[in-house]
Design a protein around this ligand. Structure first.
Ligand code: F0G
Length: 483
């Protein structure tokens, strides 16, 4: 993979390999306004209005910048209900990039998960996985199944030097299969770029070994490739055996080892939509009937055809090393800036974004005071920066109503692909450092409205005590009347 060297090495920074041709003006409300907006939003960053946000790091989903070629492709969309050329082009792109013959369209990643759960999970069955994702688990539990997580211990250690923290614990996997027996296991799901533990990659060696074990045991393998793009980059740069292989060859080898590959095209492919892909037509047939039922006809599955064109081009772009390295190198830069200052971040930096370890910001705060949520509220007040709570608020309560404490209390600062400039990331680093230096002012949150399902999306919280007013006062002391 080529890198551009700077003449003065001390000035070496990540370099954008694209230029900006469409821009959106940003506004930064005053700190007093930010306090007001945060409270109007129930201290839940999902409930903020985009117009009030300066740097939106909520997610990388559906907000990645499109390329000129994607935009151009959208003009040739063939909007026929059946037999559309757009569908054929997307099918070809999946075949060319992933080597997979058949695909079912769905409107986004969780719609694929709904179909997978309906088709393959019976009540009482379990799905094995390295780590769950919120929507995946919600769909599996909705049909009466459950998930068992088998991520290796290193995955839950916020700071290690392990390059592949999303790996399965192979011994645990074998043990679990032996204990449960094949009948009880609906399928095994590999999540590439493991989202909830910090966008951490899974090694090729691990994924191939898991697939081999499953094949031997007669267990179906399903790969969630939503975050495959960053994972591919990490395989290429961190896994010796793949150093000289192309991203295309790596993708083909990986997809060939899985029974089913599905993805959210809001992430993979820089667009919007979802696809379930396989070389096994029998498996596709088992899922097929759910597409017209829940999504739309088999040629579009709830996606807008223009988006399908953009996905097709986006998949080809994903095979370009100089395109897919942009996310990880900018994320690594931000993580390093923060780490060197002493801010606790998940290391090594993964894909998707930078993850702040809220447990270390607030060592005396209990999980029940929602440290990651509190940090999210503080970051918005401090800089108009919107992150996403990935801690206890993002968990679901146990069936008996007790809290399920998250293994990691993280605030995710996502870096949507090709969106932010280096100076914007420097601003983020500056404000995070300020929050870190003022962490003792910050207190917890409590629910005032708590929905039973996916509470992190709609729940409303209030600060415990007057820490937010104190934070605003400190901001004025340090920054004067500046924004
Ligand atoms: N799988 C993974 C690994 C994801 O990260 C997501 C979405 C999905 C499935 C569901 O896809 O949103 O298209 O329905 N992650 C988003 C995020 C929501 O912000 O991390 P979707």
């Amino acid at each position: 993979m080529s890198t551009v060297k700077f003449y003065r090495q001390e000035h070496q920074v990540p370099l954008e390999m694209h230029k900006v041709r469409i821009v959106q003006k940003l506004f930064l409300p005053t700190v007093e306004e930010r306090l007001k907006k945060m409270n109007e939003a129930g201290n839940n960053t999902f409930l903020l209005q985009n117009k009030d946000i300066f740097i939106d790091m909520l997610t990388d989903s559906g907000v990645n910048a499109m390329s000129d070629n994607q935009q151009a492709a959208m003009f040739q969309a063939d909007d026929s209900y059946a037999g559309s050329e757009t569908c054929n082009r997307l099918k070809k792109a999946i075949k060319d990039t992933m080597g997979l013959e058949h695909f079912l369209p769905a409107h986004q990643g969780r719609a694929c998960e709904n179909i997978l759960a309906e088709a393959f999970v019976k009540p009482g069955q379990v799905v094995l996985t390295n780590f769950h994702f919120t929507t995946t688990k919600a769909h599996i539990t909705r049909v009466g199944g459950s998930m068992i997580e088998l991520v290796a211990a290193k995955g839950l250690d916020p700071v290690t030097d392990d390059p592949f923290k999303g790996d399965f614990d192979i011994d645990e996997l074998k043990k679990t299969i032996a204990e449960l027996g094949t009948e009880k296991i609906a399928f095994l799901r590999i999540e590439t770029g493991t989202n909830l533990i910090g966008g951490q990659p899974v090694s090729m060696a691990n994924m191939l070994e898991v697939a081999r074990i499953c094949k031997e045991a007669g267990i179906m393998t399903v790969m969630d490739a939503s975050l495959l793009q960053d994972n591919l980059y990490f395989i290429k740069v961190r896994e010796e055996a793949y150093k000289n292989k192309s991203i295309l060859d790596i993708t083909h080898e990986l997809c060939a080892a899985m029974d089913i590959t599905y993805f959210s095209a809001r992430k993979l492919g820089f667009a919007r939509g979802g696809c379930i892909c396989s070389n096994d037509n029998e498996l596709i047939r088992k899922m097929m009937e759910y597409v017209p039922l829940f999504e739309g006809f088999l040629t579009y599955g709830g996606m807008e055809v223009r988006s399908m064109e953009a996905i097709a081009v986006g998949l080809y772009e994903t095979m370009d090393e100089e395109i897919i390295n942009q996310g990880p190198i900018f994320i690594e830069y931000l993580a390093k800036e923060l780490h060197e200052y002493g801010v606790p971040v998940v290391l090594p930096a993964g894909g998707l974004g930078v993850h702040l370890n809220a447990s270390e910001f607030f060592p005396n705060m209990s999980h029940g005071e929602y440290p990651a949520g509190a940090l999210g509220a503080a970051m918005y007040i401090a800089g108009g920066i919107r992150g996403m709570e990935r801690g206890t608020i993002s968990e679901q309560r146990e069936p008996d109503g007790s809290e399920r404490y998250a293994e990691l209390e993280l605030l995710r600062l996502a870096c949507p692909r090709r969106v932010f400039t280096l100076s914007q990331l420097k601003y983020v680093a500056d404000r995070v450092k300020w929050v870190w230096d003022n962490r003792e002012i910050i207190g917890g949150l409590k629910f005032v409205e708590e929905p039973a399902v996916l509470r992190f999306f709609f729940g409303r919280l209030a600060p415990i005590g007057d820490w937010q007013e104190k934070l605003v006062k400190k901001f004025r002391e340090d920054f004067g009347d500046s924004l």
